[in-house]
Design a protein around this ligand. Sequence first.
Ligand SMILES: [Zn+2]
Length: 448
Amino acid sequence: MRQPVILLGKGEVSLAAADGDVLVEPEGSGLEGIEALLARSPRAAVVTSGGEEGFFRASLCLERDVKAVVLRRGAFAEAHEKELATRARSFGRELFVHDDRRGYERVRAGNERVQVGAPEVSAWEAAVRAAGRSKRAATIGLDVDVAWEEAAEAAEPLPMDAPVPGLSENLEEVAFTNGDKPVLYLVVPARSLDDVRARHPGAAMALARAEAFPLAVEGATGRRIEGASGEATVHVFFSTDPDLAARAASLWEQGSSRNAAAIGELLGYPPCCTAAFVALADRRNNAALVYVTAARTRALGASFHPLLDVAVRRVVPFTPCSFGCARAASAAARVVASLPRAQAEPLTRALARPVLYLDEARAVAFEGARIDGAAITFESARFLPAPAPLDSEGEFFARKLFGALFEGGGTLVVTDDAFEVRGASFTRRLGRTSPRLGVLLPFGGSSG
Ligand SMILES: [Zn+2]
């Protein structure tokens, strides 16, 4: 049987030239509907919607080896077309635009990459650099005027979220011990290498570089910066097969970015997630990855699987292709299932909460929450321990600011311009400014 052509998105398209073997994405079928079409090994995909809906559909097809991806001419912003063409080139594929009048035309890759789904990246980087490690980092993207400054000073700080007692610092090591990963990759301070090695007595170890390098983690973005400051750090690979550990270390040494697909396979990451990661314009800003994954999840009509609530805890160490990725969720489920019940149960509860995520330093989880479209009604809020925290003064100010905003519960609505919390007798409004940080991640919470 001839491989079909698939038609993705809502836009109108004339199929005068098609010869009957065209499969159309059923409206409202979400990611499952798209996956069902991709499972038919289509020879080509025609993407009819523009915007993020179309962008992430086209990227998904390129990542899944669809030989020809065709965009409806005029449906996409030029920068998005060029970004998709760059992605096509990196997968050895070609991208076309089409309309009935002018037919097919190949799209050329651009020089500049675009991180579709992330906040304004250059404004963001500038704000992070300007704030440095100061209290100002707590207000990036927020319009904190004198009134908010005073409200924050007067407020109780938002309570820190309680840790799950006894839970491993690094759940990736749990997955490795379970036999779910051929190779375990860790970035650890050189001084704790002996301790880490002692935790994996049956495994061979390989270092990606013989010597340790100073490494600092940038607050807010979570970007790892190698250089003059920070703690001496090593990149280390463990495997019960010494050849695999050595191979992973050598691939990393030759270029962790260039070899991301091969390394992902050795680390046991789902191929769909590795391909989506390889496709990205920029893989260094960890906070941007959360935004991109959330945008892609919404664009593809996927769900937010609670076990992939990366803002509360990274149960799997890779970036899932979407928060609804079934393979990523089942990898996370295997980790949770292997934990003692006294850890698994509180962890599962903690993960199943909606989150307002700003960056790797500032995220808030909602308790007793109900999700109603774009609004979240909640009883109370908790500040989440940060993977890349601010300094203590900055973090304390962030907690007081969010304490003032979320005190007593209410309904949170996120608009382009503000975070609004409405209660029975009040409306609080905290303005948003460039680079407009803040995305609602509707994990868990009952739907209204
Ligand atoms: Zn995936």
